[in-house]
Design a protein around this ligand. Structure first.
Ligand code: PLP
Length: 435
């Protein structure tokens, strides 16, 4: 597959943008090679500068459960744009989107719109600290909550992909109130609580962790977090930037029937535009300015174009659509994993409804260290073999698959044929440590 234009653009971009990209995972650092520069995308398909076509299983990392450039979402955004791109004053759309979120997510009584998941998670943590008058945050190793200082400790895929533990530039002071524990380990939680119960402002987690490949919660673990938060007076924050409006309208908390005090949303709520949110209990949200003393603000917060696109997308995400997406995801997982198994490659595929992860490991890990032990070099070889066969997977084995309802049976068959060729290629080319 010839890529001269992507190659040329990558070298131009690298001269003026660090690493040539505006978000690290796009640089192909973990799998090697030159990133493809995209020109357009529609439904499940995307095209690069050189005219190569892909079936896109990244889908901009989650905002597009209906696929790229959905006509209803584009029409809504276009129409909003005609009326003006931003006002810095409240709009009807903001109330209408907030109403939809409150209606869909069981524990959200009030919600504030912001522009990125990072901003939403950072603001939720500030609010939790302000509302409880406590400082410490408990998070889990491998969970990503954006790149704000307090949350950038042991933070999952992007950081893991780059091999940076936390990040230089995060001061010890900023991280010192962050406790990091292994995921799915109730004893570790109990030990931390025994030591810090009175200082704990919040327990934050991805209820379906999807930034260290996919490592679902062990049975009872989310309930344990809920119980511990309630008994210590800490707030339970679910970061549903990925799982929100993807595993179902009510996100992971509806799927597992565990309610958070605060929830962080992003990606799917913006229909492909910069939009995120945090919301939760009305008494906690009342601590936010202008009602309460906890400050938070944004020039482009609740941007009318993003809000219109978000509303249009959420209105199409009904239960039958989620069932369709879940079935499609199951078929995609099967199409990729069966050829690998047939070729004798040790592979683990996990799926929670519409979210799935593909890991070159014989056993399904329950925490980040298990994901680290998987064969990420082999993922890189598989990634490139799939790319050469027209399938764009995430350029890192730490990520998950993002499917969309635009994937057709023909697409799934094409994914299966590519996986057969890629499986043959990697079965011979790379040795697996445990095989
Ligand atoms: N939280 C989770 C669970 C995420 O997956 C991400 C981004 O991938 C974020 C927060 C940060 O969102 P954003 O990239 O919009 O800042």
């Amino acid at each position: 597959m010839a890529t001269p234009l992507s190659d040329e653009l990558f070298s131009r971009a690298s001269a003026v943008i660090p690493g040539g990209v505006n978000s690290p995972v796009r640089a192909f650092g973990s799998v090697g090679g030159t990133p493809r520069f995209f020109t357009r995308a529609r439904g499940a398909h995307a095209w690069d500068e050189d005219g190569n076509e892909f079936i896109d299983l990244v889908q901009s990392w989650g905002p597009l459960p209906l696929g790229h450039a959905h006509p209803a979402v584009l029409a809504a955004a276009r129409s909003a744009l005609q009326a003006g791109s931003t006002f810095g004053a409240p709009t009807r759309g903001e109330a209408e989107l907030a109403e939809r979120i409150v209606d869909a997510v069981p524990s959200i009584e009030q919600v504030r719109l912001v522009s990125s998941g990072t901003e939403a998670a950072m603001s939720a943590v500030r609010l939790a600290r302000g509302a409880t008058g406590r400082a410490k945050i408990l998070k889990f190793d491998g969970h990503y909550h954006g790149h704000s200082d307090a949350l950038l400790a042991a933070a999952g895929s992007g950081v893991a992909t780059l091999g940076i533990p936390g990040s230089p530039g995060v001061t010890p002071g900023a991280a010192s109130d962050t406790i990091v524990l292994p995921w799915n380990d109730p004893d570790a939680v109990d030990a931390a609580i025994a030591e810090h119960a009175d200082e704990l402002a919040a327990i934050i987690c991805e209820p379906i962790p999807a930034n260290m490949n996919l490592v679902p919660p062990a049975p009872g673990f989310l309930q344990h977090l809920r119980d511990v938060a309630t008994s210590t007076g800490a707030l339970l924050i679910f970061d549903e930037v990925i799982s929100g409006f993807r595993v179902g309208r009510g996100g992971a908390q509806a799927a597992y029937d565990i309610h958070a005090d605060l929830t962080v949303l992003g990606k799917a709520i913006g229909g492909g535009f910069p939009l995120a949110a945090f919301g939760g209990r009305a008494d906690v949200m009342a601590e936010l300015a202008p009602v309460g003393p906890v400050y938070q603000a944004g020039t482009l917060s609740g941007n009318p174009v993003a809000v219109a696109a978000g509303i249009a997308q959420l209105d199409l995400l009904d239960p039958p659509t989620y069932r369709t997406l879940s079935d499609i995801t199951a078929h995609v997982v099967e199409a990729i994993s069966q050829p690998l198994r047939d070729a004798g490659v040790g592979v683990t595929c996990r799926r929670v409804r519409t979210l799935a992860g593909l890991l070159f490991a014989n056993d399904a890990p329950m925490d980040r260290s298990g994901v680290a032990a998987a064969d990420h070099d082999r993922y890189g070889a598989f990634f490139h073999a799939m790319l050469a066969n027209g399938i764009y997977l995430a350029p890192s084995g730490w990520e998950v698959l993002f499917t969309c309802t635009a994937l057709t049976e023909d697409d799934v068959a094409a994914i299966g044929r590519a996986a057969e060729r890629a499986a043959e290629h990697i079965a011979g080319a790379v040795s697996f440590p445990d095989a």
